[in-house]
Design a binder for this molecule. Structure first.
Ligand code: BGC
Length: 576
């Protein structure tokens, strides 16, 4: 497997960057119509800067009938009128860049809305015509029978009869999302043209939605076929060329491929995409915290290390979808069972192949495992991805349609609607959370900013200290054995420094022995407070309370600034 050279990786802004995912229509309402928009988001960029993330990923913003959260597009070169227009996007990008933030969004390559002009044209066009061939048609629904139905709670087949066309069309997702036919060169060219359009507009990168499914071949699961990889290589070289022509740095191409690691790896080959989400790691993290036991996670991480994928993984905990665990293909069934058994709060919330809940309610509102999981995410090699609201421990709204339970408005203040919008309640895009324990009047940015020990302030301090620890962004990764079954420990090492990480994923206190003989006699200090620990030795002991974690510096190096957390924040001179 070819890998990007260290020099090439180091030259990209995204290496080790922290990505913040948000849904623009649920984040902040700038014009008071009850729907979040680009102007509202622009006004809240200061918050994201203050929090300490590097990039903002917006779920789709193009025009759409919104039958799948905007992943059903009718015009690839537009902004949905609810959100603003192209000028509003330009302003947003400019403002973000002034703050040093990058802007990413979703590029939905696999399918369109059935309301897209291309599809309407296809169904009325002659059989076999280039227009009809923009999509995948058959006279029966028997083809590609090995391709699983992904949205199995909504669909029972990947084919839908179209009375106008007199044929069935393929849809790997919902029936109103027909799959584009990548065997048609015109489709490939049309989508590359869309890519050019957004690069020209100044977007810094793309999350490439559902890319394993671009091509289909009989007798396969129709995932990650060689033809799909060939097209993605074309897309990469087109993006690179376009950026070179414009004299701008390359855009990030980030794959959404919910596949086991060995199947996701080829997407991040040298000449293909830059990064891919590591959903298998996500499943392992949840399984480990569910049972307070890390052996499967440890095995997974050591295999993952051998794959030498460096920092090229994007690391999500939760996102706008269900917590996808799959049918035994993504991770072994015992890992799925562990999650199923370990989270009583997941019961009754399974959707398709995963759990349709936000992080905090899954963790029973306990901020400690939230911190433990994020402490891992922020210190493993790759790009940590935060889902909006998880930095507050925001709740969800079970009972809402499809995945809307996880997509409710961001809670900003204790004002009406959690400060999300000034519109009357019936106009709100989705209801704000009012459930006890998660009520947006109490659990919001303003309240948590004012409480020193809040989860939000913990995330900020941890992210800011990460910035001062280059080893966490681009250092080597080496698992380190320890004697406790609930504790995972590893070393991140760069030219500048050596960091030791230990995280207790169990709900009980843990005392554990680590073999630090490789650093025999060197100083060990806790990173945030600078508190000295006993010098490194073969029998080095750490004590971690339930779900506790610690990052230590080994050796004499100072972090780039002071070792005190408040001073770290001050040194970055970011305020809101
Ligand atoms: C997105 C989903 C969407 C699906 C179809 C996914 O992978 O994350 O939200 O429903 O693609 O576009």
């Amino acid at each position: 497997m070819p890998t990007n050279s260290a020099a090439e990786l180091a030259s990209h802004w995204w290496e080790g960057s922290v990505i913040y995912e948000l849904i623009p229509r649920c984040f902040a309402d700038g014009n008071g119509d009850g729907i979040g928009d680009l102007d509202g988001l622009k006004q809240r960029l200061d918050y994201l800067h203050w929090l300490g993330v590097d990039a903002v990923w917006m779920t789709p913003i193009c025009d759409s009938p919104l039958r799948d959260g905007g992943y059903d597009i009718t015009d690839y070169k537009s902004v949905h009128p609810d959100l603003g227009d192209l000028q509003a996007l330009d302003t947003l990008i400019r403002h973000a860049h002034e703050l040093g933030l990058k802007v990413l969004f979703d590029l939905v390559l696999n399918h369109t809305s059935d309301m897209h002009l291309w599809f309407q044209r296809a169904r009325w066009a002659e059989r076999g015509s280039p227009e009809r061939n923009f999509y995948v048609w058959r006279d029966d629904d028997k083809s590609y029978s090995e391709a699983p139905v992904l949205f199995r709670h909504f669909e029972d087949s990947n084919w839908q009869w179209d009375p106008v066309a007199g044929q069935y069309y393929l849809h790997r997702f919902l029936r109103h999302q027909p799959d584009l036919n990548y065997d048609n060169p015109q489709v490939q060219e049309a989508m590359l043209d869309v890519l050019d359009f957004w690069i020209d507009r100044g977007i810094d990168g793309f999350r490439l939605d559902a890319i394993p499914f671009l091509f289909e071949r009989e007798g396969t699961r129709c995932e990650g076929l060689p033809e799909t990889h060939a097209f993605l290589r074309r897309l990469r070289s087109r993006a690179k060329e376009r950026c070179e022509q414009l004299g701008r740095e390359e855009v990030l191409l980030l794959a959404e491929a919910i596949q086991p690691v060995h199947e996701a790896m080829p997407y991040v080959a040298d000449d293909e995409l830059h990064s891919a989400f590591n959903f298998a790691l996500t499943a392992h993290l949840f399984a480990a915290v569910a049972h307070g036991e890390v052996s499967a996670l440890q095995t997974f991480l050591s295999e993952f290390r051998q794959l030498n994928a460096g920092c090229r993984w994007a690391l999500p905990l939760r996102n706008h979808d269900e917590l996808w665990l799959g049918d035994g293909h993504l991770v072994p069934e015992e890992i799925v069972d562990r999650v199923r058994e370990g989270f009583p709060n997941a019961e009754g919330h399974w959707l398709n192949w995963g759990i349709n809940r936000r992080l905090s309610p899954l963790l029973n509102g306990d901020p400690r495992p939230n911190k433990a999981l994020h402490a891992l995410l922020y210190s493993l090699p790759g790009m940590p991805c935060i889902y909006y609201g998880d930095e507050l421990g925001m709740g969800d709204y079970p009972g809402l349609r499809d995945r809307d339970a996880n997509r409710t408005p961001m809670a900003w203040t204790s004002e009406r609607n959690g400060g999300f919008s000034k519109a009357p309640d019936p106009l709100l895009v989705l209801p704000p959370i009012t459930r006890p324990g998660y009520n947006c009047q109490m659990m919001n940015v303003a309240v948590q900013k004012s409480l020193q020990g809040s989860l939000l302030n913990w995330h900020r301090h941890t992210l800011l200290s990460r910035r001062l620890l280059p080893a966490l962004r681009h250092g080597d990764f080496q698992l380190l054995e320890n004697s406790h079954p609930g504790v995972i420990s590893y070393i991140r090492q760069s030219e500048e420094m050596t960091i030791l990480v230990a995280v207790n994923l169990s709900g009980n206190p843990a005392s554990t022995r680590l073999d630090l003989s490789a650093w025999q006699g060197q100083q060990v200090r806790e990173v945030l407070g600078g508190c000295p620990f006993p010098v490194a030795s073969e029998h080095w002991f750490a004590y971690l309370s339930a779900y506790d974690y610690c990052w230590w510096l080994i050796g004499d190096v100072e972090p780039e600034s002071s070792s005190n957390s408040d001073a770290i924040a001050d040194s970055l001179a970011v305020s809101c």
